[in-house]
Each structure stands twice: as C-alpha cells, then as structure tokens.
Design a protein around this ligand. Structure first.
Ligand SMILES: Cc1cc2nc3c(=O)[nH]c(=O)nc-3n(C[C@H](O)[C@H](O)[C@H](O)COP(=O)(O)O)c2cc1C
Length: 482
C-alpha cells in the first residue's frame, strides 16, 4: 500500500531506524541546520537518517522534520516501495512515467482541518529554519509549488526555495527560464495578471520525488502511477488550483508579475551561496493545515544533500527512459549524475557503442531534455566501464580520451543559473549563458587486452581465499566483462 501522507511514512522510516525524533530543545536559527549538515558530512549514505524536532525554542508544540525524503537511497526506496538499488528504483519511476494515474479531486481532506483566512495568515508563526546560518537572507521553506498554465490549464509542481520575508510575504526563485513553472510565470506576465500559486509542505513522499523532476506530463499523475493509486487532491479556498489532500500545510496566494525585489542569498546545492538578485514576490492569502502540522524542510546547500540525492535518483531514471525509450538510442546501459555537481553539472553515460554518431546523439538528447541548461560536463563511455565507480571513471578518462579530438566545447549555451563560474556575482542576467563540454570517452578502435590475470584464475583465488589464511578480502571490482 502506498503512503497516504507524511505521518504514516515517518512511522515506516522510524521502524527501520531511518528517522529519529529529538526531544532536546533546539534553536531554529542555527542548530537545526548544523545538525542536518552533520548527518550528511558525518555518516556514509547507508547510515544516514532523518530527524524530527518537537521541542523548538519559541514554538511550543510545533514540529519540524528534515532529512526524511532523501538523506539516502534507502529512504527513497521506502517512499517508492521498492529495493534500495538503482535498477528497482529506475523501474518504479519508469512505471509511473509509462502508466501515469491521474489525480482525483475529493471534497475535503486533512489539510483543511484548520483554515486561516487573509487576516489570520502569519507565516512567521511556524518554525521555519535558517539553513545557512549567518549567511542566508532569512528563514526558508523548501515547499512544492503548484501553478497552472493560463493557456492550457496544465498543472506544474516544482520544488523552489521560498524566503519567508514577512507574515504574508515570501520570495521565490525561478532558477531557469525553461522550467515549466517559469514558463507559466512568463505567460501570466504577458496577460498582465499576477500568477495564482499554492505551496504545500508534507504529503505523500512520492510527490517530493516527482515534483522536482521533468517528465513532460503532470508530476502528480506520475506519482499516481508509482503509487498505483491516484493522489487525492482538494481545491484551494481562494484560487483555481488543487493541492494534495493529506498535505500538512498549504499556503495559497499569488506571485507578482509586475514587481520584483531582492531575493536571497541562500546556501545553494552548488555548495556556494547564491542570490540577492531581483525576484518575484509571493503574497499569501490563505493558509490551510492539519491540526498540529508537521513541517518538512529539505536539506540542500553543500552537496551531498537531499537535493542531490533526489536529483540523482529521479533525473537518472527519467533521462535513461528518455534516451533509450523516447529517442530509441540503442545500447544505453547506464546514466549517472555526480553529487559533487549537485547532479546537474556532471553527467556520465555508458553505451554499447555501435557507431560514433551515437555519442553525439546521446549528448544532444541529454541537453535537449533539460531545456539546454543542465549538465555542462557530459561524458560518454563504453558499457564495460562501471560509471558508478569513481576509479573506473578516472580510468576511462585517462586512456579513452585524446583531448584534442575527443572533447568538444560548446560555447555560449544555456547554463544553470546558480553556477558561480558562468558570471561574476555583480552581473545579473535573466537568461544565463555558459559553456558545455562533451567528452567522448569511448574506445575509437579495438584496444589491447586488459592487463589483468584471467577472470577464471582470479575467480579461483577468490573462492579459495580462506585457504591462504590472509585478512578477508573487501568487495572485488574489475572492469565489466574483461
Ligand atoms: C531540494 C530542491 C530545491 C530546489 N530549489 C529550486 C529553486 O529554488 N528554484 C528552481 O527553479 N528550482 C529548484 N529546484 C529544481 C526544480 O524543482 C526542478 O527544476 C523542477 O523540475 C522545476 O519544475 P518545473 O520544470 O516542472 O517547473 C529544486 C530541486 C530540489 C530537489
């Protein structure tokens, strides 16, 4: 059975020791963020867990959880109801993409237990942390935003940072003009109207995984396909939008299209602070929430983070599907986005190459899928290289690339807006440009045999290892199929 919302999911995580409540009093301005960071810097991925705070200084009775969606692939596997390995996760996500289940609108739901109309709206009454203490412009939420295309009525869901600036006012960052949410904003601006928007926090965890991905169809229908059960939605009180019925907190309002003010800075997924530039303003008009809502904050900032783990799992799966099924490129064996680049800067693809055009086709397919901004390093290698193993990646770069022939720099391309190498911080542009490198790390001709003993003799020694009375062997890794 899929999870109905955040609460039954947290119980499942707690049972597997992937989540712990903390009863000691904590400060929302410096302590929560520092604890969160130590989960990522102090534990290997397989031992990380999420945390819940229920004794937050100045907010009696309030609760906030963090690191519960994607501190690790194990958590993502729990959310998706599958095994914690790339292939089963790929399969669950592609099942949702190939067999989407449309959401259904129901009359009411837990997110309407408390309804606060305009005069009662006070975002500052919730314990919203500062994630890069001393450097962020203020407290930030990392909610899912819902908007609609004014021409087609198509819905978009996306995670976007949300700077709480006052009781009824927030900032929002539209990172790149090609994102569907940003396209909606441009269309509302052309109509001369503010954009109706709603944000929600805490719902079925699958919505947090599909929301920031790019499928070309309603992310909630993909979530329904993964869950094999439709996501239940309720109508907003003040605008023509729908939000998940089990959300913990919903804020309804509108985003300015004729007015901007400075937004940020905020500690970003690149590992650097970013922002302080002009951005639109969200005005909150209504809040609905569950009784005793549990707020959810995603840990982003310096990688690895929940941001990079969400993107690694979701972008890899959707890109693999795009290259192999939508573009029908034969032989694509794996796609791997590196967390050091926040999973949007460096991408490796392995392919059983049949002709040199496949490399160009893969590179073009990758760039096109993300509106030309994601991945400034696209490295394509052969299928015998395990692109999830850093040593094998370095080995491929070392001996399968002749830099003058096998690297192509594409100048003046769309870029990730937050890349600090594209532009000095004092230069502000709406449509950021940068460059891309395509590295063909495939063998261009028959290579000599690999300089290792045969797999038969290595296998025999591994099987007889105990008889040599040596310390136990660790995991043994060799190039595939040598
Ligand atoms: C933790 C996290 C935080 C994110 N913050 C932002 C953000 O502040 N602005 C933004 O444009 N995209 C952000 N993204 C990426 C978007 O959610 C993603 O590009 C999404 O596909 C945008 O939705 P759209 O293309 O459907 O509009 C974030 C992603 C994650 C996982």
């Amino acid at each position: 059975m899929p999870f109905e919302g955040l609460r039954d999911y947290l119980e499942a995580l707690e049972e597997k020791e992937l989540f712990h409540w903390i009863d000691r009093e904590v400060d929302q301005d410096w302590e929560i963020a520092s604890l969160a960071r130590l989960i990522f810097r102090g534990f290997p991925e397989e031992r990380r867990f999420g945390m819940g705070f229920r004794n937050i200084q100045g907010f009696p009775g309030a609760r906030l959880v963090t690191g519960v969606i994607a501190a690790s692939t194990q958590q993502i596997a729990v959310a998706l109801g599958t095994e914690a390995a790339p292939l089963p996760i790929f399969k669950r996500i592609t099942q949702g993409m190939n067999h989407p289940v449309e959401p259904v609108v129901v009359d009411s739901g837990p997110c309407k237990e408390v309804v606060l109309h305009e005069k009662e709206v006070d975002l500052l009454s919730f314990p919203i942390p500062t994630w890069t203490p001393g450097k962020d412009a203020g407290p930030y939420m990392t909610p899912l935003w819902v908007t609609k295309d004014p021409e087609t009525g198509d819905r978009d869901i996306g995670i976007r940072r949300c700077q709480v600036k006052g009781p009824k006012k927030t900032g929002i960052l539209f990172g790149a003009p090609d994102r569907y949410g940003a396209v909606h904003l441009a269309k509302w601006r052309a109509l001369g109207k503010p954009m109706p928007a709603a944000l929600f926090v805490g719902a079925d965890p699958v919505t947090y995984l599909t929301g920031p991905s790019r499928f070309g169809i309603d992310e909630l229908a993909v979530a329904g396909g993964i869950r094999e059960k439709p996501v239940e939605l309720v109508r907003c009180e003040t605008c023509d939008l729908e939000v998940p019925a089990t959300a913990e907190l919903v804020v309804e309002g509108e985003i300015s299209t004729d007015y901007t003010e400075p937004e940020g800075p905020f500690g970003e997924f690149t590992g650097f602070m970013a922002g302080g530039r002009e951005g639109p303003v969200f005005t909150a008009k209504c809040i609905t929430h569950r009784k005793d809502p549990i707020l959810l904050g995603l840990i982003s900032q310096f990688p690895p983070s929940e941001s990079s783990i969400i993107k690694r799992n979701l972008l890899e799966a959707s890109l693999y599907q795009h290259l192999s099924s939508s573009l029908h490129i034969p032989g694509v064996t794996d796609v791997h986005a590196l967390e050091a680049g926040g999973c949007t800067a460096i991408l490796w693809v392995s392919v059983k190459k049949m002709h040199s055009g496949q490399v160009d086709q893969i590179a073009a397919g990758v760039m096109g899928y993300f509106g030309m901004s994601y991945y400034k390093w696209i490295i394509i290698t052969d299928d015998d290289v395990d692109i999830r193993d850093p040593f094998m990646r370095d080995w491929a770069l070392s001996w399968r690339v002749r830099p003058d022939q096998d690297m192509r720099i594409l100048p003046n391309m769309s870029a990730v807006e937050l890349d600090p190498s594209s532009l000095p911080p004092d230069q502000v542009v709406e449509d950021p440009r940068g460059a891309k490198v395509i590295v063909d790390a495939t063998k261009k001709w028959e290579y000599p045999a690999i300089s290792l003993p045969s797999s038969e003799s290595l296998g025999k020694v591994i099987n007889n290892w105990a008889q040599y009375e040596l310390p136990a062997l660790d995991e043994v890794k060799f190039p595939k199929g040598f």
